[in-house]
Design a protein around this ligand. Structure first.
Ligand code: MD3
Ligand code: FE
Length: 226
């Protein structure tokens, strides 16, 4: 196996085959899959560029159109970033806080997302947006649909880092049944096709200490938004 096969470089200290566990793939819906631990071999390569992005575009708590302050802190990188304020939800090429373009998407984010999408049956995924969500203890995300993207045929890839969370996966209507899915550090989820518009959310984060990330959960959500 070579570095160009898609995994992060390991400086030759050990072989890639020691690192990558066999895929543990769970079916969440007809076209959504949890890839347990898929991001673990990428973490070392992911964290320095993540910190650089957050240095240029720090987490901030945005306002919803209804006038509430989101409990989740948000940032973005890539050509488009998701934002919300009193005027509505939208993607923007400019960070409203700095009035500058969002930081570029680190290559390793794109490579991880493409590899995960491919492993879940969506080859050729080319994200132009990465939303970075920060959950502190107590932060949550209510049931919602992701409808601000131009093209619903592209999948969405999410990478969970830090403290564990309980993901809520509903149906096509808000009042339907929901399944609870634990998401742990290194888990990657890919949603597409018939599952793309399903309601989803995250329960309030339980307090804890993660050895790498501390008292928080960071979720990367990679999308083809434009
Ligand atoms: C399921 N974020 O940012 S992962 C969001 O963990 C969001 O921070 C959650 O929901 C988080 O919008 C959940 C991402 C996710 C994204 C799109 C989906 C899950 C989805 C679309 C359909 C079904
Ligand atoms: Fe969402």
């Amino acid at each position: 196996m070579h570095c160009s096969d898609g995994g992060p470089a390991n400086l030759g200290l050990f072989s890639d085959s020691d690192l990558q566990q066999p895929a543990r793939i769970e079916l969440l819906g007809p076209q959504s899959r949890v890839l347990r631990g898929f991001a673990l071999p990428w973490i070392e390569a992911l964290l320095p560029p993540l910190h650089a992005v957050l240095g240029a575009a720090p987490f901030r708590q945005m306002q919803t159109p209804g006038g509430f302050t989101m409990s989740v802190g948000l940032s973005s990188c890539g050509q488009l970033g998701w934002t919300t304020d009193r005027h509505g939800y939208r993607y923007s090429p400019i960070d409203p806080q700095s009035q500058r373009p969002w930081p570029a998407m680190p290559g390793v984010f794109r490579e991880l997302a493409e590899a995960a999408a491919q492993a879940a049956g969506f080859p050729g995924f080319a994200p132009d947006s990465c939303l970075i969500n920060c959950y502190r203890p107590g932060a949550k995300m209510s049931l919602h649909q992701d409808k601000n993207e131009r093209d619903y045929t592209a999948p969405i890839v999410s990478v969970s880092l830090g403290l564990p969370a309980t993901f809520l996966f509903g149906g096509q209507q808000r009042n339907g049944k929901t399944q609870r899915v634990p998401l742990l550090h290194g888990d990657v989820v890919v949603w597409g096709g018939v599952d793309r518009l399903r309601y989803h959310g995250v329960l309030a984060l339980k307090d804890g200490q993660h050895p790498l990330l501390g008292r928080q959960r960071i979720n990367l959500t990679l999308r083809q938004a434009g």
